[in-house]
Write a protein that binds this ligand. Structure first.
Ligand SMILES: Cc1ncc(COP(=O)(O)O)c(C=O)c1O
Length: 390
């Protein structure tokens, strides 16, 4: 730095842009909006140069490379939230007049996006039960471009055969998008089963600490480029470098956390089965379709930390149960260290019309549990006393 510069120049430039050739063990947070262009070519900026963090940033690249490796995809694109990732993917793969097939059992905002937002953009949407691949085949039209589902689905934990549905889609020239938020790449890799695109709410298990929003799409290089350059760059729902850093930090312990979440959820499901006030348990391990469909048994290597159950009675009993919890927290979201319990009909899925919810099994007495990392005996004791109070 030239010491002759004035105080104002020193305030802005002194000490900045020093390349000391350091190699940080942990990916640093590149908390910058733009990047210095070392050399501008007569043809423009050299390909692959970082320019502006709305399009790319080294901290985001580290997260994207990790997720592409974990899901077995060519490339990944990160977003400010799971909903940003889902809407950008649909915008990149569909144009006005195209047809999309989706399951009806979806996270509430995804349901709202597909029922209200998609038709406004001129996308035709058919809702079918994708757990029956024949329903998907029957819904296909000449202009079908995308099949979208979650497995296990939020909040009923319904399972969909990724291989079979992807086959039906690709035979008809459509792409399959799987929301893999509940199982994460630790337990399920949809791309290896034939899906074309995987989307995640990174807010959940990937981050795993409940301290940042984020979304990720993993796909072929071609789709990723369309999603990044065709949508992210212009609509601008970019992930912040700080949140990317937190999600990267969370991912390093994903395996350990998923094992514990699953161990606790399996134990809690057995505990709930023995409770008089519990009418029905929804947990992938107990899904009767696992016996009937061998693909479902092999498509996931673990059952995850999400379960749901129906309490005997109606909405009053469900609400009383929730209001009596002390250790477990009544909250939306999932995949946090703390056990989070909610009433989908009144909370995450309140946007789904009541008659539609009932048809989908999102009943007044349905309670969703994101089983946390606490000692299982403490979770059970809290749930037991809240059931007694209900
Ligand atoms: C399965 C699933 N997909 C997508 C989302 C949306 O993610 P975000 O809240 O990060 O936008 C959620 C949120 O709960 C979800 O449960």
């Amino acid at each position: 730095m030239n010491f002759e510069y004035g105080i104002n120049t020193k305030l802005v430039h002194a000490g900045e842009h020093t390349s000391r050739n350091v190699t940080a063990l942990t990916s640093p947070i590149y908390q910058t909006s733009s990047f210095v262009i070392d050399e501008l070519l007569p043809s423009g900026i050299k390909h692959g140069t970082y320019v502006y963090s709305r399009v790319s940033n080294p901290t985001l690249t580290a997260l994207e490379l990790k997720m592409a490796a974990l899901e077995g995809g060519d490339a990944a694109v990160s977003f400010a939230s799971g909903m940003a990732a889902i809407s950008a993917t649909l915008l990149a793969l569909l144009k006005c007049g195209d047809h999309l097939i989706a399951d009806r059992v979806l996270y509430g905002s995804t349901y709202e996006l597909l029922t209200k937002g998609a038709p406004r953009l001129g996308f035709e949407v058919s809702f079918v039960d994708t757990s029956d691949p024949e329903c998907v085949a029957e819904a296909v039209r000449d202009n079908t471009k995308v099949v979208f589902f979650e497995t296990p689905a939020n909040p009923t934990l319904k399972l969909v055969d990724i291989r079979k549905v992807s086959e039906v889609a690709s035979e008809n020239g459509a792409k399959t998008i799987v929301d893999n938020t509940f199982l994460t790449p630790y337990y399920q890799n949809p791309l290896e089963l034939g899906a074309d695109v995987v989307v995640h709410s990174a807010t959940k298990y990937l981050n795993g600490h409940g301290d940042s929003l984020g979304g990720i799409v993993v796909s072929s290089s071609e789709d990723a480029t369309n999603i990044r350059k065709g949508v992210l760059r212009d609509l601008g729902a970019a992930l912040s470098p700080f949140n990317a850093f937190l999600i990267l930090r969370g991912l390093r312990t994903l395996a350990l956390r998923m094992e514990r979440h699953t161990q606790n959820a399996t134990q809690l499901a057995s505990f709930l089965k023995a409770q008089k006030l519990v009418k029905r348990i929804l947990y992938p391990k107990f899904d009767r379709n696992l016996e009937l469909n061998p693909n479902l048994r092999t498509q996931m290597s673990g059952y995850g930390g999400m379960l749901a159950f129906e309490i005997r009675g109606g909405a009053d009993e469900a609400v009383k149960f929730l209001n009596n919890l002390t250790l477990c927290k009544v909250a939306v979201s999932l995949g946090d260290p703390a056990t989070l319990i909610e009433h989908p009909g009144l909370m995450t899925h309140a946007v789904v019309p009541k008659n539609e919810r009932e048809k989908l099994g999102i009943t007044e007495n349905l309670i969703r549990v994101s089983v946390g990392l606490e000692d299982i005996k403490d979770i059970e004791a809290d749930i037991e006393q809240a059931l007694d109070a209900a």
